[in-house]
Design a protein around this ligand. Structure first.
Ligand code: ADP
Ligand code: MG
Length: 570
């Protein structure tokens, strides 16, 4: 996992090196300063050499100006590095998520994905640039000042450093507490986000059931848990920081007392003690920083782990190496012995055989829940069959590049999904490079042009999230216009008019007939009236394809279709 984290530094190696070099230079200036102070106090000040004192002052001033520049570079370019890495990760994650199969989204909450892309990556970015810098500078400073402390006075160093092991032990204990806590916090935040997402997207349902209180309570459960975890976390952070500061003060105190004793005994000079105290400070500061680093590391890595999990979710539906591109598809579709289940337990479809010739229309009817939608979502490979095969133009769909397969299949569903944007954008989604003329023609074909022109902004009308500002029938017409632009040889109409009133249905039925012309069409219909005219009706039941024929043939048969028809019309 660490390796794949490090991978993200590679494109920005220049910035990284710049950051590190400046960081080292900062450390160096900090280490030089106490040495010069010591010289000043021990030799130069007693010698009363004013011009030398001033010269050293100037040297130190220059040193500090340089340090300021280095610090600026570290602060600015270091963050730029983090921001760029975060950008890369976010881009990779979004691209990767786009490749994941529908089954992934069936089982993952939107809010959790959002949380990963937004919050987790932010933590990672912080770690990405502060991490190496903190780790590296702190280690350098600790080693450097430790060596210098020893050089100044071994005895004093031994006394002072009896405190350090306690400090390290203390840090380790609290860090491991924090690590476990951070992981829970990440999960809890994702939970809060997904509840938020769910509740907001379902706001119309919430309000119509007047379940606002219930939603608030449910949200509050997650929010409370998040608060409690955060409270625990800040408690640990508080203890850790206070504790570390206490130990470091004790170290300084013992240096002051023991050093004072040695000065009084005439064993060391005052300048040595001053330099010693300064180095102690410089030793302890990176120790504190390391402790903080561990906190950041925990947070960042908890985030990265979740990022990594998503990135490591491999799509199980993808192009075979030798997958082919298909062009000029005629639209013959054939199911051979197809069986399918969503979870390998409950078989939804068993041994389905069905052949649709190019340009043929097939109506699929049957009780709710028998797998009509499922059957059709197997054609664009939203899910893969468990056994058997599906052929498009006599090529097994598993041998066709997904992109080419899906470009040749159009699906019009009952609940239309429109994107937040204008009507034009939503129609053009069917063909991203469509001209204005093509868009208008598609809208006309879908019987949408007239109502669009009546809207205040016409094609530029903003339709709200998921198209909330349009009626069901209007949304459906937009989605049909979109399909006219896509112009696929294979068309699936999944209860496209089921939720519409009779009048809208009549209008849409016409454009659907227009759309179906010269395409292989699967019409899933709940209302049998809409399929009465179909030349071929398939009746799907739990036992598979139970009946097949025209309306009058099926009525004569007095089987499942007959029963369904009777319940609908009597
Ligand atoms: P129909 O369209 O005929 O009403 P579906 O194809 O939607 O039926 O569903 C067939 C069966 O598969 C149902 O029992 C349903 O609960 C189940 N099902 C549908 N979609 C999923 C899914 N994404 N994950 C798991 N089970 C599903
Ligand atoms: Mg269905």
């Amino acid at each position: 996992m660490l390796r794949s984290f490090i991978k993200y530094y590679r494109p920005h190696i220049g910035l990284f090196i710049l950051d590190m070099v400046c960081a080292v230079l900062i450390a160096a200036t900090d280490l030089i300063y106490p040495m010069i102070t010591r010289r000043m106090i021990n030799n130069i000040i007693p010698s009363k050499n004013i011009s030398l004192i001033l010269n050293i002052g100037i040297v130190l001033l220059i040193l500090y100006i340089l340090r300021m520049v280095f610090e600026y570079i570290v602060g600015y370019y270091g963050h730029v590095l983090g921001v760029r890495m975060e950008y890369d990760m976010r881009r990779d994650m979004f691209s990767h998520i786009q490749t994941l199969p529908i089954s992934y989204f069936d089982n993952t909450k939107t809010g959790q994905i959002m949380s990963r892309i937004v919050n987790d990556l932010n933590e990672i970015s912080e770690l990405a640039h502060h991490g190496p810098e903190d780790l590296f500078i702190s280690t350098l400073m600790i080693l450097g000042s430790f060596i210098l402390l020893l050089r100044l006075n071994v005895k004093l160093t031994l006394i002072v450093f009896t405190i350090i092991p306690f400090m390290i032990y203390f840090t380790i204990v609290y860090n491991s507490k924090m690590r476990r806590n951070f992981r829970k916090i990440r999960e809890s935040l994702a939970d809060v986000n997904s509840r938020l997402e769910d509740s907001i997207s379902g706001i119309r349902v919430v309000k119509s059931f007047t379940n606002e209180e219930y939603e608030i309570d449910k949200f509050d459960d997650g929010n409370t848990q998040f608060k409690n975890l955060r409270t625990k976390s800040v408690k640990y952070i508080g203890i850790l920081h206070a504790g570390i500061n206490f130990f470091s003060n004790i170290s300084t105190l013992s240096a002051l007392i023991a050093g004072g004793y040695f000065v009084a005994k005439g064993q060391i000079e005052v300048g040595d003690l001053v330099a010693y105290l300064l180095y102690i400070g410089q030793f302890l500061q990176p120790v504190k920083r390391l402790a903080q680093f561990v906190e950041q590391y925990q947070r960042g890595m908890a985030g990265f782990k979740r990022f990594y999990e998503v990135m490591n979710t491999k799509p199980d539906i993808f192009d075979k190496e030798d997958a082919v591109e298909i062009k000029n598809v005629r639209g013959k579709v054939e199911f051979r012995n197809v069986s399918f289940s969503y979870n390998n337990k409950n078989t939804v479809l068993e041994n389905i055989n069905l052949k649709a010739n190019a340009g043929e229309s097939i109506a699929i009817v049957g009780p709710s829940g028998v797998g009509k939608t499922t059957l059709c979502s197997l054609i664009p490979r939203f899910y893969d069959v468990d056994s058997g095969s599906i052929y498009v133009d006599d090529i097994n769909i598993k041998d066709i590049k997904l992109k080419f397969l899906r470009q040749n299949i159009g699906i019009v569903q009952q609940d239309v999904f429109l994107f937040a944007g204008t009507i034009r954008e939503n129609i053009a989604y069917g063909k991203l490079d469509a001209t204005e003329e093509e868009i208008i023609n598609a809208a006309k074909a879908a019987n949408a042009h007239d109502f669009i022109m009546e809207l205040e902004d016409g094609y530029d009308t903003y339709i709200g999230e998921r198209g909330v500002k349009l009626s069901g029938g209007q949304k459906q017409r937009i989605s049909i216009a979109r399909m006219f632009l896509k112009n696929p040889p294979i068309l699936i109409l999944d209860e496209a008019t089921s939720s519409l009133d009779n009048q809208s249905e009549a209008i849409i039925q016409k454009s659907i007939e227009e759309l179906s012309k010269n395409r292989t069409t699967f019409i899933i219909a709940h209302r049998l009236a809409t399929v009465k005219k179909a030349k071929r009706i398939i009746v799907l039941t739990e036992n598979g394809i139970e009946e097949e024929g025209t309306h009058s043939e099926l009525m004569q048969k007095k089987g499942v279709y007959y029963e369904l028809y009777k319940t609908q019309f009597e």
